[in-house]
Design a binder for this molecule. Structure first.
Ligand SMILES: [Fe+2]
Length: 303
């Protein structure tokens, strides 16, 4: 059994991104399809004051019996491209019927109180990530709600409470919240990585103007990548850079940090298909572009 955390850190080291721990390393501005993230019911199990942690399970990552899930994403302003550093992301979810216990019991339980709920501040690029397990289902009257994670994301006076569901969950059509058209963008796909850990990405676009964000990270004029579109990729996926600089390098890694391709690029438009030798298997990939003057930018894309 591979030590996943060590493996993950090794990947980050390889990419020169160790400073992003425990934030997520992938970010993508899907600005062609920009919608403010919709809300969903809070439910009775929100408690607040969660422990600030990446691993919100009681388990060691080496535990082969667990169905681990790494859920990560970026918090953006209403333009879907300005990252929000230092936003607070709180999540909580059920595990094997934990929500069946009434709220008071749940909150009084020392054991359960510490797990399957957590909060994290987004890093300088607006990224967050949590290590948890795939949430269990719990009964709601005569049926089971689909597996879901509750989110509360806040920055200054703006707060969004919502829920994330998982593609292919057969309980979604019978759940009034998950089957609401507003939830469509919150049903995410999951991929299993080489270490048998599920990975999911949920980006959050808050209803807040970019100019109201105290963002000292990448200013617009310093950004290298303008867009990657369409994503998930197809034959036409094109990467567009803000400007061309001689000797700019593009590298693509898989989720485990294995390099797929490395090229020197010759213009501001790069057709993804032209720089990848063989078809990519389904999953997440990391694109890194670095300029000769040391600027580096990393994005995620999905196949
Ligand atoms: Fe719930």
């Amino acid at each position: 059994m591979i030590n996943y955390r060590r493996f993950f850190i090794k990947t980050l080291l390889k990419l020169g991104l160790i400073s992003l721990l425990p934030g997520k390393i992938f970010a993508l501005n899907d600005i062609e399809d920009c919608d403010i993230t919709t809300d969903d019911i809070e439910g009775p199990y929100y408690a607040g004051n969660y422990t600030n942690s990446y691993n919100i399970t009681p388990f060691n990552i080496d535990d082969p019996a667990q169905n681990f899930l790494i859920i990560s994403g970026t918090v953006y302003a209403e333009d879907c491209k300005t990252p929000i550093p230092n936003a607070v992301v709180e999540i909580w979810h059920a595990n094997q019927g934990v929500y069946d216990i009434d709220t008071n019991q749940y909150l009084d339980s020392e054991y359960e109180d510490d797990f399957y709920r957590g909060q994290i501040n987004t890093d300088s690029a607006g990224n967050y990530s949590f290590l948890t397990v795939l949430p269990g289902k719990y009964p709601n009257g005569s049926y089971y709600r689909p597996s879901h994670i509750h989110y509360k994301t806040s920055y200054l006076d703006t707060e969004l409470t919502t829920q994330v569901y998982f593609e292919g969950d057969t309980s979604i059509p019978i759940d009034p919240w998950a089957s609401n058209p507003n939830a469509t963008n919150r049903i995410i796909s999951l991929f299993t990585d080489a270490n048998n850990v599920l990975n999911g990405v949920f980006d959050i676009n808050l209803n807040i103007k970019p100019e109201n964000i105290n963002n000292t990270y990448l200013k617009e004029q310093d950004k290298i990548i303008k867009s990657i579109w369409p994503n998930p990729i197809n034959q036409n996926t094109t990467i567009i850079l803000n400007k061309y600089e001689k000797n700019t390098q593009i590298k693509i890694y898989d989720i485990n940090g294995q390099i797929i391709t490395r090229k020197t690029i010759l213009g501001t438009e790069i057709k993804l298909m032209n720089i990848i030798k063989k078809p990519l298997t389904k999953g997440f990939y990391i694109l890194q572009i670095s300029t000769p003057n040391g600027l580096k930018e990393v994005k995620r894309f999905i196949v």
